[in-house]
Design a protein around this ligand. Structure first.
Ligand code: ADP
Ligand code: TMP
Ligand code: ASP
Length: 236
């Protein structure tokens, strides 16, 4: 049993607490929702509870398939125990279908399937609005070594293979998702969360949106979409 100590960080959707063990943090999921780097704010009722459950389920599945993650155990409805990471300030986005910023950037029709997964990097910086970056920027800014970057890309592609199949079996198309990694004891672990906040999940076959785009674009039925994702994946 670990003891909960002081708050160490309050983000847009989660709060991190110290514990009596310096190697561990408590990750607390709130109902706060933001979009466009905090420019739009709101509440999605029970989102924290659902995202805690979904993240626990997905990270357990990934661990079982050989991806090391920060997840240790679920503590309660809104909290999980995680290994403390030195977060790499590179967000990796993997895309199987065009949507969101790539559709705008490259003039693609939303929903077209890529023949292979597309990997993108974004600089984790709220002040700069998370700009897209490349290998050269990562090297110049010293965000990760070439070895760390290669590990993260390989791991992210493996995560994609595992999750594409997992969601497909539950009638959900994995359109795209964002991952964060961090350093712990000389190892790179998958950190943060996997939830509808940081992924695009479309129902099959009608492409009904089951993720945070319902909030971003004011599509309505936001809570219901998060609940539906959990209903399909959390219970087993
Ligand atoms: P943001 O910082 O983007 O507003 P959140 O509200 O989700 O995001 O806050 C969670 C923060 O905790 C994120 O900045 C994330 O990078 C960081 N984080 C996630 N997992 C860990 C971990 N195991 N150790 C340290 N920091 C973590
Ligand atoms: P994008 O199309 O807006 O670039 O987003 C791609 C995916 O990454 C989408 O599933 C949402 C997720 N994402 C985040 O979780 N946080 C972010 O700051 C950004 C830009 C995207
Ligand atoms: N995660 C970012 C935010 O909270 C971007 C987004 O999800 O649209 O503002």
């Amino acid at each position: 049993m670990v003891e909960k100590r002081e708050k160490v960080y309050e983000g847009k959707a989660k709060v991190m607490f110290a514990t009596d063990n310096p190697d561990f943090l408590i990750q607390h999921f709130t109902d706060n929702a933001t979009a466009f780097n905090g420019k739009k704010k709101g509440i999605i009722k029970n989102k924290g509870i659902i995202n805690n459950k979904i993240t626990a389920k997905i990270f357990t599945l990934l661990e079982e398939n050989g991806i090391p993650t920060h997840f240790v155990e679920v503590l309660n409805d809104r909290e999980m125990l995680v290994k403390k990471l030195d977060i790499v300030k590179v967000e990796l986005v993997i895309r199987n279908y065009a949507a969101g910023s790539i559709a705008r950037r490259l003039g693609l029709e939303a929903g077209i399937e890529f023949p292979f997964p597309i990997v993108e990097y974004f600089y984790k910086s709220d002040e700069l609005d998370d700009p897209m970056i490349n290998d050269w920027h990562i090297k110049y800014l010293n965000l990760a070594t070439p070895e760390e970057l290669k590990y993260m890309v390989d791991a992210a592609l493996k995560v994609n293979d595992i999750l594409k199949k997992f969601f497909d079996e539950r009638n959900i198309k994995l359109i795209d998702f964002k991952l964060e990694f961090g350093r712990h004891d000389g190892q790179i672990l998958l950190g943060d969360e996997f939830a509808p906040d940081g992924s695009r999940l479309w129902n099959k076959p009608d492409d009904y949106v089951l993720d945070k785009d319902r909030f971003r674009k004011d599509l309505g039925f936001v809570e219901e979409a998060y609940e539906e994702v959990c209903r399909r994946i959390c219970g087993e």
